[in-house]
Design a protein around this ligand. Structure first.
Ligand SMILES: Cc1cc2nc3c(=O)[nH]c(=O)nc-3n(C[C@H](O)[C@H](O)[C@H](O)COP(=O)(O)OP(=O)(O)OC[C@H]3O[C@@H](n4cnc5c(N)ncnc54)[C@H](O)[C@@H]3O)c2cc1C
Length: 505
């Protein structure tokens, strides 16, 4: 399927710009701010500007200020990524991190300091303290400040509640995009489109992600012919707190500051599984939790911070503290129940080191992109830095490129809304399939059965068209779910976050 909807470009309202940026997370906003102010930028976001994964980031940004630690940061990133990373991309991430963080500070972003100097914390997989943060609401601090600066820029026009449907191409080059604003389709004329649309966590029932994470940008890029890679690598965060169907993240920085995982009998079990204990890479901690749960007859696993110095937890992690209290768990006295959940996608739209895809004028950065930085498993807090470093690189390339004109083709599909009322229950079915099969411990048998079940859903809705955002998301989710399952089936041996319980099955 090339296009998700039906459209006649002659009848659509037109928005013209030099650069279209899809996404108002760290990658989209930072790219927009680095585009030359002589270029007209149109930045669209499918809900409000603040609803995204970046806003939810707690732990911080992994950045090396001291050149002596460059190699250490590179080594830790490669180790977490199961050495599947692109070494040049990792080197760029580490070497260009500081200058981009300094730009953030110029934009007014504030990080915690001790005696006037930025303070660094640790998270899983890092052998050094190299994570800068604002208490436990680093993402909120960044996004709020970036939005303030974006709103002051005359060349950047933000469109909220605007859904990217498809990227239009002609001769393998970007011609524009179709978007839905207030249930009405419009044509965005541009020759440069940046997909900073984030991840896919909401393909799973249990996820830490914001509601926007349904892989729309990846699906649109795929339909336009962009190369998509490494979708089998989905990271599950070990320690979200589950309540009322939502998974609230308990940041890894809590373990970085001394939090200890315990089983129901109180045993600090991580030493049995890895020499870094509670600070082992995420995939290992998540699998260890599942194994420990199985050994214990599915009893809860907990995070213990009761030994923290009096007053420290609530001061350092105020949001996590108030969430726990709202759930009637006082972390100063009680262990916090935790359960792994889908958290981050390492794969995505394949780009070069400047965020360029195989389609001229189409770029991607942030979680939607597969730059090669994250390998088969992301090192904690490397994603905010990836959004900054590669967002800046995308902007630099666009600043140097030329404009050309569009050539629009209309696509009229047969409208059908018969099944449009039924899709909501199929969203839950799709998420359940993903939870049961593309999870932390996979088997080829379950993945194969998922492939057939997803194909059935795909066929059912093949010729159904509607402009409802939720339905468009659902159709994208089907595409992205198939990409994950197909790529997982192709990778026959365990690697990083793709873990097969029985490789030979
Ligand atoms: C709870 C949580 C905590 C985290 N903590 C950290 C941390 O401490 N450090 C770290 O490095 N990483 C952390 N991460 C990961 C990190 O936050 C994300 O990987 C990163 O913020 C992704 O940024 P992004 O700009 O690529 O995407 P996002 O911030 O998710 O933004 C995506 C944007 O795309 C828009 N969009 C999507 N589809 C469409 C569409 N069809 N049309 C229009 N717009 C669309 C959305 O509206 C949104 O504005 C955390 C993630 C979560 C969920």
């Amino acid at each position: 399927m090339r296009y998700l909807t039906s459209f006649n470009t002659d009848l659509l309202e037109i928005i013209e710009c030099d650069v279209l940026i899809v996404g108002s997370g760290i990658a989209g906003l930072f790219t927009a701010l680095n585009i030359d102010d002589s270029l007209k930028v149109c930045l669209i976001s499918k809900t409000d500007l603040k609803t995204n994964n970046s806003y939810l980031a707690q732990g911080g940004i992994a950045v090396t200020f001291n050149k002596k630690d460059f190699q250490g940061h590179i080594d830790d990133t490669l180790k977490a990524g199961a050495f599947y990373n692109d070494l040049t991309a990792v080197r760029i991430l580490v070497e260009e991190g500081r200058k981009n963080v300094e730009k953030l500070i110029e934009y007014g972003v504030d990080f915690d300091k001790i005696d006037g100097e930025i303070s660094f914390t640790r998270e899983g997989g890092h052998l050094e303290r190299r994570i800068i943060h604002k208490k436990d609401y680093t993402g909120k601090e960044i996004i709020e400040k970036l939005i303030q600066v974006v709103e002051q820029r005359d060349n950047i026009h933000c469109y909220e509640d605007t859904f990217l449907v498809d990227v239009l191409t002609c001769d393998n080059s970007v011609d524009g995009a179709i978007a839905v604003i207030n249930d009405k389709e419009c044509l965005i004329k541009t020759n440069h489109a940046v997909l900073a649309t984030g991840g896919v966590g909401r393909l799973f029932l249990n996820s830490t992600n914001s509601s926007i994470s349904t892989g729309d940008g990846i699906a649109a890029a795929y339909r336009a012919g962009a190369v998509i890679e490494d979708m089998e690598f989905v990271q599950f965060h070990p320690t979200p707190f589950h309540s009322n169907g939502e998974a609230f993240l308990i940041s890894e920085a809590v373990r970085g500051e001394g939090g200890i995982l315990r089983n129901d009998s109180g045993e600090a079990f991580m030493g049995k599984y890895h020499s870094l204990k509670d600070l082992a890479p995420r995939d290992i901690v998540s699998r260890s939790i599942l194994k420990e749960q199985q050994l214990q007859g599915n009893k809860n696993i907990y995070l213990d911070v009761t030994h923290f110095e009096e007053g420290y937890f609530e001061k350092r992690f105020p949001s996590i503290f108030s969430y726990c209290i709202s759930q009637n768990v006082d972390p100063r006295k009680e262990w916090i129940p935790v359960n792994p959940s889908a958290h981050y996608l390492m794969g995505g739209i394949k780009t070069d080191l400047f965020g360029r895809t195989n389609i001229e004028g189409l770029y991607s950065c942030g979680e939607a992109a597969r730059t090669g930085v994250q390998g088969a498993n992301r090192l904690a807090s490397n994603s905010l830095s990836e959004g900054l470093v590669f967002g800046n690189r995308v902007a630099n390339v666009i600043n140097e490129s030329k404009k050309n004109d569009g050539n629009y083709v209309s696509v009229i599909n047969e409208e059908s809304s018969e099944l449009v009322t039924e899709y909501k229950k199929d969203i839950v079915i799709l998420k359940t399939i993903m939870d049961e099969t593309a999870n932390i411990l996979r088997t080829r048998k379950k993945l194969s059965s998922a492939k057939d079940r997803i194909r059935t859903l795909e066929k059912k809705y093949e010729d159904v068209y509607s402009y409802k955002k939720e339905f468009l998301e659902f159709k994208n989710m089907i595409i992205v779910a198939s990409l994950i399952i197909d790529m997982a089936l192709k990778r026959k041996k365990s690697l990083g976050s793709h873990y097969l319980e029985n490789d030979d099955e």
